[in-house]
Design a protein around this ligand. Structure first.
Ligand code: X8Z
Ligand code: ZN
Length: 629
Protein backbone atom coordinates (compact mmCIF):
# COMPACT_ATOMS: atom_id res chain seq x y z
CA UNK A 1 0.00 0.00 0.00
CA UNK A 2 1.03 3.50 -0.07
CA UNK A 3 1.69 3.28 3.54
CA UNK A 4 4.79 1.65 4.61
CA UNK A 5 3.33 -0.84 6.93
CA UNK A 6 6.58 -2.52 7.36
CA UNK A 7 10.16 -2.18 6.50
CA UNK A 8 9.84 -5.64 5.13
CA UNK A 9 7.83 -3.90 2.56
CA UNK A 10 11.10 -2.99 1.09
CA UNK A 11 11.09 -6.47 -0.07
CA UNK A 12 7.92 -5.55 -1.74
CA UNK A 13 8.11 -2.14 -3.13
CA UNK A 14 10.76 -0.17 -1.57
CA UNK A 15 11.63 3.30 -1.74
CA UNK A 16 10.90 5.70 0.87
CA UNK A 17 7.66 5.30 -0.59
CA UNK A 18 5.38 2.66 -0.88
CA UNK A 19 5.70 -0.47 0.77
CA UNK A 20 3.63 -2.97 2.25
CA UNK A 21 4.56 -6.18 3.57
CA UNK A 22 3.77 -9.60 3.72
CA UNK A 23 1.44 -11.72 5.49
CA UNK A 24 -1.59 -13.55 5.96
CA UNK A 25 -3.51 -13.25 8.98
CA UNK A 26 -5.41 -15.81 10.66
CA UNK A 27 -8.30 -13.48 11.26
CA UNK A 28 -8.60 -12.49 7.63
CA UNK A 29 -8.56 -15.59 5.61
CA UNK A 30 -7.50 -15.14 2.06
CA UNK A 31 -6.83 -17.53 -0.70
CA UNK A 32 -4.42 -15.03 -2.13
CA UNK A 33 -2.01 -15.42 0.67
CA UNK A 34 -0.74 -18.87 0.10
CA UNK A 35 -0.47 -20.93 3.22
CA UNK A 36 3.01 -22.10 4.00
CA UNK A 37 3.96 -25.70 4.18
CA UNK A 38 4.01 -27.22 7.58
CA UNK A 39 7.48 -27.26 8.89
CA UNK A 40 9.11 -30.59 9.55
CA UNK A 41 10.17 -29.37 12.94
CA UNK A 42 7.49 -28.89 15.51
CA UNK A 43 7.31 -25.32 16.69
CA UNK A 44 6.59 -24.28 20.22
CA UNK A 45 3.01 -24.92 21.14
CA UNK A 46 3.29 -24.18 24.80
CA UNK A 47 5.12 -21.91 27.15
CA UNK A 48 7.88 -24.48 27.46
CA UNK A 49 11.32 -23.03 26.81
CA UNK A 50 11.82 -22.95 23.03
CA UNK A 51 14.71 -24.78 21.42
CA UNK A 52 17.23 -23.67 18.81
CA UNK A 53 15.66 -25.98 16.24
CA UNK A 54 12.29 -24.43 16.88
CA UNK A 55 13.74 -20.98 16.34
CA UNK A 56 15.30 -22.05 13.05
CA UNK A 57 12.07 -23.66 11.88
CA UNK A 58 10.08 -20.59 12.84
CA UNK A 59 12.33 -18.27 10.85
CA UNK A 60 12.26 -20.56 7.83
CA UNK A 61 8.47 -20.73 7.88
CA UNK A 62 8.02 -17.02 8.35
CA UNK A 63 10.41 -16.15 5.53
CA UNK A 64 8.51 -18.41 3.19
CA UNK A 65 5.10 -17.06 4.15
CA UNK A 66 6.20 -13.44 3.98
CA UNK A 67 7.88 -13.94 0.63
CA UNK A 68 4.72 -15.44 -0.85
CA UNK A 69 2.38 -12.85 0.57
CA UNK A 70 4.61 -9.93 -0.34
CA UNK A 71 4.10 -10.48 -4.05
CA UNK A 72 0.31 -10.36 -4.10
CA UNK A 73 0.35 -7.56 -1.58
CA UNK A 74 2.74 -5.53 -3.71
CA UNK A 75 0.47 -5.93 -6.70
CA UNK A 76 -2.52 -4.64 -4.74
CA UNK A 77 -0.51 -1.66 -3.48
CA UNK A 78 0.82 -0.93 -6.96
CA UNK A 79 -2.64 -0.89 -8.51
CA UNK A 80 -3.91 1.39 -5.76
CA UNK A 81 -1.00 3.84 -6.06
CA UNK A 82 -1.35 4.04 -9.83
CA UNK A 83 -5.16 4.17 -9.96
CA UNK A 84 -6.78 5.60 -6.85
CA UNK A 85 -10.44 4.67 -6.51
CA UNK A 86 -12.64 3.57 -3.62
CA UNK A 87 -12.23 0.02 -4.85
CA UNK A 88 -8.45 0.03 -5.00
CA UNK A 89 -8.37 1.74 -1.61
CA UNK A 90 -10.43 -1.11 -0.24
CA UNK A 91 -8.15 -3.70 -1.82
CA UNK A 92 -5.01 -1.99 -0.55
CA UNK A 93 -6.44 -1.76 2.97
CA UNK A 94 -7.55 -5.38 2.81
CA UNK A 95 -4.13 -6.70 1.94
CA UNK A 96 -2.48 -4.22 4.25
CA UNK A 97 -4.59 -5.56 7.09
CA UNK A 98 -3.53 -9.08 6.37
CA UNK A 99 0.05 -7.92 6.34
CA UNK A 100 -0.18 -6.07 9.62
CA UNK A 101 -1.88 -8.92 11.42
CA UNK A 102 0.58 -11.43 10.09
CA UNK A 103 3.57 -9.37 11.13
CA UNK A 104 2.22 -8.58 14.56
CA UNK A 105 1.75 -12.26 15.08
CA UNK A 106 5.30 -13.02 13.95
CA UNK A 107 6.73 -10.21 16.06
CA UNK A 108 5.07 -11.68 19.14
CA UNK A 109 6.21 -15.16 18.27
CA UNK A 110 9.75 -13.92 17.64
CA UNK A 111 9.80 -12.45 21.13
CA UNK A 112 9.43 -15.97 22.52
CA UNK A 113 12.90 -16.80 21.28
CA UNK A 114 14.54 -13.69 22.69
CA UNK A 115 17.30 -14.55 25.08
CA UNK A 116 17.66 -18.08 23.80
CA UNK A 117 21.33 -18.98 24.26
CA UNK A 118 23.41 -20.23 21.34
CA UNK A 119 21.30 -18.87 18.47
CA UNK A 120 23.23 -18.66 15.22
CA UNK A 121 23.99 -15.16 14.01
CA UNK A 122 21.48 -15.15 11.15
CA UNK A 123 18.59 -16.53 13.18
CA UNK A 124 19.17 -13.99 15.94
CA UNK A 125 19.39 -11.13 13.45
CA UNK A 126 16.24 -12.19 11.65
CA UNK A 127 14.27 -12.60 14.88
CA UNK A 128 15.29 -9.11 15.79
CA UNK A 129 14.14 -7.79 12.42
CA UNK A 130 10.81 -9.52 12.81
CA UNK A 131 10.25 -7.87 16.14
CA UNK A 132 10.86 -4.31 14.93
CA UNK A 133 9.95 -4.34 11.25
CA UNK A 134 6.44 -2.91 11.33
CA UNK A 135 6.26 0.79 10.59
CA UNK A 136 2.70 0.92 11.86
CA UNK A 137 2.10 -1.86 14.36
CA UNK A 138 -1.42 -2.66 15.53
CA UNK A 139 -2.70 -4.28 18.68
CA UNK A 140 -4.08 -7.79 18.31
CA UNK A 141 -7.56 -6.59 19.31
CA UNK A 142 -10.06 -7.68 16.64
CA UNK A 143 -10.53 -4.97 14.05
CA UNK A 144 -7.53 -2.87 15.09
CA UNK A 145 -5.33 -3.77 12.12
CA UNK A 146 -8.23 -3.22 9.74
CA UNK A 147 -8.97 0.20 11.18
CA UNK A 148 -5.30 1.15 11.03
CA UNK A 149 -4.99 0.10 7.41
CA UNK A 150 -8.21 1.82 6.40
CA UNK A 151 -6.92 5.01 7.99
CA UNK A 152 -3.50 4.81 6.42
CA UNK A 153 -4.86 4.01 2.97
CA UNK A 154 -7.31 6.89 3.23
CA UNK A 155 -4.57 9.29 4.34
CA UNK A 156 -2.31 8.34 1.44
CA UNK A 157 -5.07 8.52 -1.12
CA UNK A 158 -6.22 11.87 0.23
CA UNK A 159 -2.71 13.10 -0.45
CA UNK A 160 -2.67 11.57 -3.93
CA UNK A 161 -5.99 13.20 -4.82
CA UNK A 162 -5.03 16.55 -3.28
CA UNK A 163 -5.37 19.83 -5.16
CA UNK A 164 -4.29 23.42 -4.63
CA UNK A 165 -4.74 26.54 -6.72
CA UNK A 166 -2.78 29.11 -8.70
CA UNK A 167 -4.68 32.24 -9.77
CA UNK A 168 -7.80 30.46 -8.59
CA UNK A 169 -7.23 27.57 -10.99
CA UNK A 170 -7.14 24.10 -9.50
CA UNK A 171 -3.91 22.13 -9.87
CA UNK A 172 -2.50 18.77 -8.86
CA UNK A 173 0.25 18.59 -6.27
CA UNK A 174 2.71 17.56 -8.94
CA UNK A 175 1.99 20.64 -11.05
CA UNK A 176 2.04 22.93 -8.02
CA UNK A 177 5.42 21.53 -7.04
CA UNK A 178 6.79 22.58 -10.39
CA UNK A 179 5.21 26.05 -10.17
CA UNK A 180 6.67 26.62 -6.72
CA UNK A 181 10.07 26.30 -8.36
CA UNK A 182 9.52 28.88 -11.08
CA UNK A 183 6.98 31.48 -9.87
CA UNK A 184 8.57 34.56 -8.28
CA UNK A 185 5.42 36.52 -7.40
CA UNK A 186 4.98 36.42 -3.59
CA UNK A 187 1.18 36.64 -3.72
CA UNK A 188 0.99 33.69 -6.10
CA UNK A 189 3.50 31.72 -4.05
CA UNK A 190 1.42 32.36 -0.97
CA UNK A 191 -1.74 31.24 -2.74
CA UNK A 192 -0.18 27.98 -3.87
CA UNK A 193 1.40 27.29 -0.49
CA UNK A 194 -1.72 28.07 1.50
CA UNK A 195 -4.21 26.29 -0.74
CA UNK A 196 -2.09 23.14 -0.82
CA UNK A 197 -1.44 23.05 2.92
CA UNK A 198 -5.02 23.85 3.84
CA UNK A 199 -6.80 21.65 1.30
CA UNK A 200 -4.60 18.62 1.79
CA UNK A 201 -3.50 18.76 5.41
CA UNK A 202 -6.61 19.89 7.28
CA UNK A 203 -8.95 16.99 6.45
CA UNK A 204 -6.31 14.52 7.66
CA UNK A 205 -6.04 15.70 11.21
CA UNK A 206 -8.57 13.46 12.93
CA UNK A 207 -7.45 10.40 10.98
CA UNK A 208 -3.84 11.08 11.86
CA UNK A 209 -4.59 11.31 15.56
CA UNK A 210 -6.47 8.04 15.48
CA UNK A 211 -3.70 6.36 13.48
CA UNK A 212 -1.18 7.51 16.09
CA UNK A 213 -3.31 6.07 18.88
CA UNK A 214 -3.63 2.64 17.29
CA UNK A 215 0.00 2.38 16.20
CA UNK A 216 1.18 3.38 19.67
CA UNK A 217 -0.93 0.70 21.27
CA UNK A 218 0.53 -1.78 18.81
CA UNK A 219 4.08 -0.64 19.64
CA UNK A 220 3.44 -0.91 23.38
CA UNK A 221 2.09 -4.43 22.96
CA UNK A 222 5.35 -5.34 21.27
CA UNK A 223 7.37 -3.93 24.15
CA UNK A 224 8.26 -0.45 22.83
CA UNK A 225 7.41 2.74 24.66
CA UNK A 226 5.79 4.15 21.50
CA UNK A 227 5.94 3.93 17.70
CA UNK A 228 8.79 6.44 17.49
CA UNK A 229 10.96 4.30 19.77
CA UNK A 230 10.21 1.36 17.50
CA UNK A 231 11.30 3.37 14.44
CA UNK A 232 14.55 4.29 16.17
CA UNK A 233 15.26 0.68 17.09
CA UNK A 234 16.27 -0.42 13.60
CA UNK A 235 19.81 0.85 13.39
CA UNK A 236 21.95 -1.83 15.04
CA UNK A 237 22.22 0.33 18.13
CA UNK A 238 20.03 1.41 21.03
CA UNK A 239 17.21 3.81 20.07
CA UNK A 240 18.67 6.56 22.28
CA UNK A 241 22.11 6.11 20.78
CA UNK A 242 20.60 6.46 17.35
CA UNK A 243 18.84 9.71 18.26
CA UNK A 244 22.12 10.99 19.73
CA UNK A 245 23.98 10.04 16.55
CA UNK A 246 21.58 12.07 14.40
CA UNK A 247 22.06 15.05 16.73
CA UNK A 248 25.83 14.65 16.51
CA UNK A 249 25.69 14.58 12.69
CA UNK A 250 23.47 17.66 12.64
CA UNK A 251 25.86 19.56 14.90
CA UNK A 252 28.67 18.77 12.45
CA UNK A 253 26.90 20.27 9.44
CA UNK A 254 24.76 22.97 11.07
CA UNK A 255 27.37 25.75 10.77
CA UNK A 256 27.21 25.32 6.99
CA UNK A 257 23.41 25.50 7.02
CA UNK A 258 23.49 28.61 9.19
CA UNK A 259 25.73 30.39 6.69
CA UNK A 260 23.55 29.35 3.77
CA UNK A 261 20.40 30.51 5.56
CA UNK A 262 21.95 33.88 6.31
CA UNK A 263 23.15 34.42 2.75
CA UNK A 264 19.86 33.29 1.18
CA UNK A 265 17.82 35.53 3.47
CA UNK A 266 19.88 38.55 2.40
CA UNK A 267 19.28 37.77 -1.27
CA UNK A 268 15.54 37.27 -0.74
CA UNK A 269 15.40 40.55 1.13
CA UNK A 270 17.17 42.31 -1.74
CA UNK A 271 14.74 40.80 -4.25
CA UNK A 272 11.43 41.13 -2.43
CA UNK A 273 11.99 43.98 0.05
CA UNK A 274 11.43 44.21 3.81
CA UNK A 275 7.67 43.70 3.74
CA UNK A 276 7.95 40.30 2.09
CA UNK A 277 11.24 39.11 3.59
CA UNK A 278 12.85 40.91 6.51
CA UNK A 279 16.63 41.23 6.77
CA UNK A 280 16.66 39.34 10.05
CA UNK A 281 14.75 36.44 11.57
CA UNK A 282 13.31 33.39 9.82
CA UNK A 283 12.67 33.03 6.09
CA UNK A 284 9.17 32.94 4.63
CA UNK A 285 8.72 29.31 3.64
CA UNK A 286 7.06 29.86 0.28
CA UNK A 287 9.91 31.96 -1.14
CA UNK A 288 12.44 29.13 -1.31
CA UNK A 289 11.39 27.44 -4.54
CA UNK A 290 9.86 24.35 -2.98
CA UNK A 291 6.49 23.58 -1.40
CA UNK A 292 8.13 22.44 1.84
CA UNK A 293 11.21 24.70 1.74
CA UNK A 294 13.19 21.47 1.81
CA UNK A 295 15.45 22.09 -1.18
CA UNK A 296 16.18 25.57 -2.50
CA UNK A 297 18.04 24.93 -5.76
CA UNK A 298 15.13 26.25 -7.82
CA UNK A 299 15.79 29.80 -6.65
CA UNK A 300 19.45 29.70 -7.61
CA UNK A 301 18.74 32.59 -10.00
CA UNK A 302 17.76 34.69 -6.97
CA UNK A 303 20.89 33.96 -4.96
CA UNK A 304 23.52 33.58 -7.71
CA UNK A 305 26.44 35.94 -7.12
CA UNK A 306 27.44 38.28 -9.94
CA UNK A 307 30.16 36.81 -12.17
CA UNK A 308 31.08 33.61 -10.39
CA UNK A 309 27.41 32.75 -10.05
CA UNK A 310 26.88 32.45 -13.74
CA UNK A 311 27.80 28.81 -14.17
CA UNK A 312 26.98 29.03 -17.85
CA UNK A 313 24.26 26.41 -18.03
CA UNK A 314 21.08 25.28 -16.38
CA UNK A 315 20.25 21.57 -16.40
CA UNK A 316 16.55 22.13 -17.08
CA UNK A 317 17.39 24.29 -20.12
CA UNK A 318 19.83 21.70 -21.43
CA UNK A 319 17.27 18.92 -21.15
CA UNK A 320 14.53 20.95 -22.79
CA UNK A 321 16.78 22.17 -25.61
CA UNK A 322 18.01 18.64 -26.28
CA UNK A 323 14.35 17.55 -26.46
CA UNK A 324 14.68 15.02 -23.67
CA UNK A 325 11.54 13.06 -22.87
CA UNK A 326 10.83 11.53 -19.44
CA UNK A 327 11.73 8.12 -20.91
CA UNK A 328 15.01 9.47 -22.21
CA UNK A 329 15.85 10.78 -18.75
CA UNK A 330 15.23 7.31 -17.32
CA UNK A 331 17.37 5.73 -20.09
CA UNK A 332 20.14 8.20 -19.28
CA UNK A 333 19.96 7.27 -15.59
CA UNK A 334 20.06 3.58 -16.45
CA UNK A 335 23.12 4.03 -18.62
CA UNK A 336 25.06 5.51 -15.70
CA UNK A 337 24.49 2.30 -13.78
CA UNK A 338 25.34 0.08 -16.76
CA UNK A 339 28.52 2.11 -17.27
CA UNK A 340 29.56 0.90 -13.81
CA UNK A 341 28.97 -2.70 -14.85
CA UNK A 342 25.41 -3.25 -13.61
CA UNK A 343 23.13 -5.24 -15.93
CA UNK A 344 20.48 -3.20 -17.78
CA UNK A 345 16.99 -2.99 -16.31
CA UNK A 346 14.69 -5.85 -17.34
CA UNK A 347 12.38 -5.35 -20.32
CA UNK A 348 9.38 -5.46 -17.98
CA UNK A 349 10.66 -2.30 -16.28
CA UNK A 350 9.83 -0.35 -19.41
CA UNK A 351 6.36 -1.78 -19.91
CA UNK A 352 5.23 -1.86 -16.27
CA UNK A 353 6.65 1.35 -14.81
CA UNK A 354 4.57 4.50 -14.55
CA UNK A 355 6.98 7.13 -15.85
CA UNK A 356 4.58 10.02 -16.46
CA UNK A 357 1.32 11.18 -14.90
CA UNK A 358 -1.72 9.54 -16.50
CA UNK A 359 -4.15 12.13 -17.79
CA UNK A 360 -7.40 10.59 -16.67
CA UNK A 361 -7.04 9.24 -13.16
CA UNK A 362 -5.68 10.01 -9.73
CA UNK A 363 -2.36 8.45 -8.80
CA UNK A 364 0.25 8.98 -6.15
CA UNK A 365 2.71 11.11 -8.03
CA UNK A 366 5.31 11.12 -5.29
CA UNK A 367 8.20 9.16 -6.81
CA UNK A 368 8.91 5.62 -5.70
CA UNK A 369 10.77 2.52 -6.81
CA UNK A 370 9.32 -0.95 -6.51
CA UNK A 371 10.40 -4.55 -6.64
CA UNK A 372 7.19 -6.47 -7.08
CA UNK A 373 8.50 -10.03 -7.00
CA UNK A 374 11.73 -9.61 -5.02
CA UNK A 375 13.67 -10.75 -8.07
CA UNK A 376 13.41 -8.89 -11.36
CA UNK A 377 10.03 -7.13 -11.52
CA UNK A 378 11.53 -3.70 -10.93
CA UNK A 379 9.52 -0.55 -11.59
CA UNK A 380 9.44 3.13 -10.88
CA UNK A 381 6.34 5.21 -10.33
CA UNK A 382 6.88 8.87 -11.15
CA UNK A 383 5.09 11.78 -12.75
CA UNK A 384 8.32 12.79 -14.43
CA UNK A 385 8.73 16.28 -15.84
CA UNK A 386 11.63 17.29 -18.01
CA UNK A 387 13.60 19.36 -15.53
CA UNK A 388 16.73 19.25 -13.40
CA UNK A 389 14.87 18.17 -10.25
CA UNK A 390 13.37 15.13 -11.91
CA UNK A 391 16.67 14.29 -13.60
CA UNK A 392 18.10 13.87 -10.09
CA UNK A 393 14.97 12.11 -8.80
CA UNK A 394 15.15 9.53 -11.61
CA UNK A 395 18.72 8.69 -10.55
CA UNK A 396 17.50 8.52 -6.96
CA UNK A 397 14.77 6.03 -7.84
CA UNK A 398 16.99 3.90 -10.04
CA UNK A 399 19.41 3.70 -7.12
CA UNK A 400 16.64 1.90 -5.22
CA UNK A 401 16.00 -0.48 -8.13
CA UNK A 402 19.64 -1.40 -8.65
CA UNK A 403 20.03 -1.91 -4.90
CA UNK A 404 16.97 -4.17 -4.86
CA UNK A 405 18.35 -6.28 -7.64
CA UNK A 406 21.84 -6.42 -6.14
CA UNK A 407 20.54 -8.05 -2.95
CA UNK A 408 17.91 -10.27 -4.55
CA UNK A 409 19.87 -13.43 -3.76
CA UNK A 410 19.60 -12.78 -0.03
CA UNK A 411 17.01 -14.58 2.12
CA UNK A 412 13.72 -12.70 2.46
CA UNK A 413 14.45 -11.03 5.77
CA UNK A 414 17.68 -9.59 4.36
CA UNK A 415 16.03 -8.10 1.26
CA UNK A 416 16.72 -4.58 2.37
CA UNK A 417 19.51 -2.06 2.62
CA UNK A 418 22.08 -1.94 5.42
CA UNK A 419 19.88 0.72 6.99
CA UNK A 420 17.20 2.81 5.32
CA UNK A 421 19.57 5.74 4.82
CA UNK A 422 21.70 3.53 2.56
CA UNK A 423 18.74 2.83 0.30
CA UNK A 424 18.06 6.53 -0.06
CA UNK A 425 21.70 7.42 -0.67
CA UNK A 426 22.70 5.24 -3.63
CA UNK A 427 20.96 7.05 -6.48
CA UNK A 428 21.92 10.40 -4.98
CA UNK A 429 25.56 9.32 -4.88
CA UNK A 430 25.34 8.61 -8.60
CA UNK A 431 23.65 11.97 -9.21
CA UNK A 432 26.56 13.77 -7.50
CA UNK A 433 28.59 12.53 -10.47
CA UNK A 434 26.42 14.62 -12.81
CA UNK A 435 29.20 17.16 -13.25
CA UNK A 436 29.69 19.52 -16.20
CA UNK A 437 32.29 17.11 -17.58
CA UNK A 438 29.78 14.24 -17.37
CA UNK A 439 27.19 16.34 -19.19
CA UNK A 440 29.74 16.81 -21.97
CA UNK A 441 30.34 13.06 -22.09
CA UNK A 442 26.66 12.33 -22.62
CA UNK A 443 26.31 15.10 -25.18
CA UNK A 444 24.14 17.48 -23.17
CA UNK A 445 26.69 20.27 -22.76
CA UNK A 446 29.07 21.58 -25.44
CA UNK A 447 32.66 21.33 -24.26
CA UNK A 448 33.20 25.08 -24.63
CA UNK A 449 30.40 25.64 -22.09
CA UNK A 450 32.13 23.74 -19.27
CA UNK A 451 32.44 26.31 -16.48
CA UNK A 452 36.03 27.25 -15.66
CA UNK A 453 37.50 26.93 -12.17
CA UNK A 454 36.49 30.52 -11.30
CA UNK A 455 32.87 29.38 -11.48
CA UNK A 456 33.32 26.82 -8.71
CA UNK A 457 31.61 29.04 -6.15
CA UNK A 458 28.52 29.12 -8.33
CA UNK A 459 28.56 25.37 -8.89
CA UNK A 460 28.94 24.69 -5.18
CA UNK A 461 26.28 27.20 -4.22
CA UNK A 462 23.85 25.61 -6.66
CA UNK A 463 24.48 22.21 -5.06
CA UNK A 464 24.33 23.57 -1.51
CA UNK A 465 20.92 25.09 -2.17
CA UNK A 466 19.61 21.55 -2.59
CA UNK A 467 21.92 19.41 -0.50
CA UNK A 468 22.70 21.60 2.51
CA UNK A 469 19.31 23.30 2.67
CA UNK A 470 17.68 19.90 3.04
CA UNK A 471 19.50 18.83 6.21
CA UNK A 472 17.33 20.40 8.93
CA UNK A 473 14.14 19.41 7.14
CA UNK A 474 15.45 15.86 6.83
CA UNK A 475 15.89 15.80 10.57
CA UNK A 476 12.84 17.69 11.83
CA UNK A 477 10.13 15.64 10.12
CA UNK A 478 10.81 12.69 12.40
CA UNK A 479 11.76 14.81 15.39
CA UNK A 480 8.17 15.93 14.99
CA UNK A 481 6.70 12.47 14.62
CA UNK A 482 8.79 11.08 17.46
CA UNK A 483 7.26 13.78 19.67
CA UNK A 484 3.74 13.11 18.39
CA UNK A 485 4.14 9.40 19.04
CA UNK A 486 5.57 9.96 22.52
CA UNK A 487 2.83 12.45 23.40
CA UNK A 488 5.29 15.31 23.92
CA UNK A 489 3.30 17.05 21.18
CA UNK A 490 -0.34 16.69 22.20
CA UNK A 491 -3.09 15.76 19.72
CA UNK A 492 -4.46 19.26 20.28
CA UNK A 493 -1.16 20.93 19.37
CA UNK A 494 -0.20 19.15 16.16
CA UNK A 495 0.09 22.33 14.12
CA UNK A 496 1.95 24.37 16.70
CA UNK A 497 4.40 21.52 17.26
CA UNK A 498 5.16 21.34 13.54
CA UNK A 499 5.71 25.06 13.14
CA UNK A 500 7.88 25.24 16.26
CA UNK A 501 10.23 22.60 14.88
CA UNK A 502 10.24 24.15 11.41
CA UNK A 503 11.34 27.39 13.05
CA UNK A 504 13.85 25.79 15.37
CA UNK A 505 15.63 23.61 12.79
CA UNK A 506 15.04 25.28 9.43
CA UNK A 507 14.46 28.88 10.48
CA UNK A 508 11.38 29.16 8.27
CA UNK A 509 7.84 30.38 8.96
CA UNK A 510 4.55 29.86 7.11
CA UNK A 511 3.50 32.78 4.88
CA UNK A 512 0.17 33.09 6.70
CA UNK A 513 -0.96 32.48 10.26
CA UNK A 514 -1.87 28.89 11.04
CA UNK A 515 -4.28 27.54 13.64
CA UNK A 516 -5.03 24.20 15.21
CA UNK A 517 -7.65 23.66 12.51
CA UNK A 518 -4.67 23.13 10.19
CA UNK A 519 -2.43 20.11 9.87
CA UNK A 520 0.47 21.22 7.70
CA UNK A 521 2.53 18.04 8.20
CA UNK A 522 -0.22 16.23 6.30
CA UNK A 523 0.70 18.26 3.23
CA UNK A 524 4.05 16.45 3.08
CA UNK A 525 3.72 13.03 1.45
CA UNK A 526 5.68 11.00 3.98
CA UNK A 527 3.42 11.94 6.89
CA UNK A 528 0.11 10.65 5.50
CA UNK A 529 2.04 7.79 3.88
CA UNK A 530 3.79 6.94 7.16
CA UNK A 531 7.22 6.73 5.61
CA UNK A 532 9.91 7.36 8.23
CA UNK A 533 11.99 10.36 7.20
CA UNK A 534 15.27 10.25 9.13
CA UNK A 535 16.46 8.00 6.30
CA UNK A 536 16.77 11.07 4.06
CA UNK A 537 18.80 12.95 6.62
CA UNK A 538 21.14 9.97 6.91
CA UNK A 539 21.26 9.67 3.13
CA UNK A 540 22.27 13.31 2.73
CA UNK A 541 25.28 12.62 4.94
CA UNK A 542 26.03 9.14 3.59
CA UNK A 543 25.94 10.08 -0.08
CA UNK A 544 28.93 12.37 0.40
CA UNK A 545 30.77 9.57 2.21
CA UNK A 546 30.03 7.16 -0.64
CA UNK A 547 30.88 9.75 -3.28
CA UNK A 548 34.18 10.71 -1.68
CA UNK A 549 35.10 7.02 -1.34
CA UNK A 550 34.15 6.32 -4.97
CA UNK A 551 36.20 9.27 -6.21
CA UNK A 552 39.16 8.07 -4.20
CA UNK A 553 38.78 4.58 -5.69
CA UNK A 554 38.67 6.20 -9.12
CA UNK A 555 41.97 7.96 -8.36
CA UNK A 556 40.45 11.44 -8.57
CA UNK A 557 42.73 14.16 -7.25
CA UNK A 558 40.94 17.35 -8.32
CA UNK A 559 38.31 19.32 -6.38
CA UNK A 560 35.78 16.82 -5.06
CA UNK A 561 32.73 18.43 -6.65
CA UNK A 562 34.23 18.04 -10.14
CA UNK A 563 34.62 14.26 -9.82
CA UNK A 564 32.51 11.90 -11.88
CA UNK A 565 33.01 8.16 -11.61
CA UNK A 566 30.89 7.49 -14.71
CA UNK A 567 32.15 4.40 -16.53
CA UNK A 568 34.38 3.21 -13.68
CA UNK A 569 33.94 -0.55 -13.40
CA UNK A 570 36.14 -0.84 -10.32
CA UNK A 571 33.87 1.53 -8.42
CA UNK A 572 30.89 -0.40 -9.75
CA UNK A 573 32.25 -3.66 -8.49
CA UNK A 574 32.91 -2.32 -5.01
CA UNK A 575 29.53 -0.66 -4.91
CA UNK A 576 27.86 -3.87 -5.95
CA UNK A 577 29.65 -5.75 -3.18
CA UNK A 578 28.13 -3.42 -0.59
CA UNK A 579 24.67 -3.49 -2.17
CA UNK A 580 24.65 -7.27 -2.48
CA UNK A 581 25.07 -7.59 1.28
CA UNK A 582 21.52 -6.34 1.68
CA UNK A 583 20.58 -6.20 5.33
CA UNK A 584 22.61 -9.27 6.23
CA UNK A 585 25.17 -7.43 8.33
CA UNK A 586 25.04 -4.44 10.71
CA UNK A 587 25.30 -1.23 8.70
CA UNK A 588 28.77 -0.20 9.95
CA UNK A 589 30.11 -3.32 8.24
CA UNK A 590 28.48 -2.39 4.93
CA UNK A 591 29.76 1.16 5.24
CA UNK A 592 33.25 -0.16 5.89
CA UNK A 593 33.08 -2.44 2.86
CA UNK A 594 32.74 0.56 0.56
CA UNK A 595 34.34 3.48 2.40
CA UNK A 596 36.79 1.90 4.85
CA UNK A 597 35.13 3.56 7.84
CA UNK A 598 32.47 2.29 10.22
CA UNK A 599 31.26 5.75 11.28
CA UNK A 600 28.69 8.00 9.68
CA UNK A 601 30.29 11.41 9.40
CA UNK A 602 29.48 14.86 8.08
CA UNK A 603 33.12 15.42 7.19
CA UNK A 604 32.99 14.37 3.51
CA UNK A 605 30.06 16.75 2.99
CA UNK A 606 32.00 19.52 4.69
CA UNK A 607 35.06 18.68 2.55
CA UNK A 608 32.95 18.95 -0.59
CA UNK A 609 31.59 22.37 0.37
CA UNK A 610 34.73 23.69 2.09
CA UNK A 611 35.51 26.40 -0.51
CA UNK A 612 31.89 27.57 -0.34
CA UNK A 613 31.88 27.80 3.45
CA UNK A 614 34.71 30.34 3.44
CA UNK A 615 33.00 32.32 0.69
CA UNK A 616 29.65 32.37 2.53
CA UNK A 617 31.30 33.54 5.73
CA UNK A 618 32.81 36.42 3.78
CA UNK A 619 29.49 37.35 2.20
CA UNK A 620 27.77 37.28 5.59
CA UNK A 621 30.33 39.50 7.29
CA UNK A 622 28.55 42.19 9.26
CA UNK A 623 25.15 40.52 8.88
CA UNK A 624 23.09 39.50 11.86
CA UNK A 625 22.83 35.79 11.08
CA UNK A 626 20.50 33.32 12.76
CA UNK A 627 16.99 33.67 14.14
CA UNK A 628 15.33 33.17 17.46
CA UNK A 629 13.10 30.18 17.88
O1 X8Z B 1 10.75 10.93 -1.12
C1 X8Z B 1 11.81 11.04 -1.71
C2 X8Z B 1 12.07 10.18 -2.95
C3 X8Z B 1 11.40 8.88 -2.88
S1 X8Z B 1 12.13 7.81 -1.74
C4 X8Z B 1 11.59 10.91 -4.18
N1 X8Z B 1 12.71 11.95 -1.33
C5 X8Z B 1 12.49 12.83 -0.19
C6 X8Z B 1 11.39 13.83 -0.47
O2 X8Z B 1 11.00 13.99 -1.63
O3 X8Z B 1 10.90 14.47 0.47
C7 X8Z B 1 14.03 12.15 -1.92
C8 X8Z B 1 14.60 13.35 -1.21
C9 X8Z B 1 13.79 13.54 0.03
ZN1 ZN C 1 13.99 7.17 -2.13
Amino acid sequence: MKIQVSTLAVAVCLAGCAAASADTVDTVSTAAAAPAQESAVTEPQSLAAPTLDEARAFVARVEKELAEFSVVNARAQWVNATYITDDTDALAAYFGTIGTEMQVKYANEAARFAGLQGLDYDIARKLNTLRSALVLPAPTTPGAAAELNTLSTRLSSTYGKGRGTLNGKEMTGNDLEEQMGTVRNPAQLQEMWTSWHSNVGRPMRADYNRLTEIANQGAKDLGYSDTGAMWRSRYDMKPDEFAAMTDRLWSEVKPLYDQLHCYTRTKLNEKYGDTVQAKTGPIRADLLGNMWAQEWGNIYDVVAPKGAGDVGYDLTDLLVKAKYTPEKIVKTGESFFTSLGFAPLPASFWTRSMITAPRDRDVICHASAWDLDNVEDLRIKMCTKVNGDDFVTVHHELGHNFYQRAYNKQPFLYLDSANDGFHEAIGDTIALSVTPEYLVQIGLLPRNKVPSADKDTGLLLRQAMDKVAFLPFGLMVDKYRWKVFSGEIAPTALEQGWNDLRLQYQGVVPPVARTEADFDPGAKYHVPASVPYTRYFLARILQFQFYQAACKQAGWTGPLHRCSFYGNKEVGQKLNAMLAMGASRPWPQALEAFTGTREMSGRPMLDYFRPLMGWLEQQNTGKQCGWSA
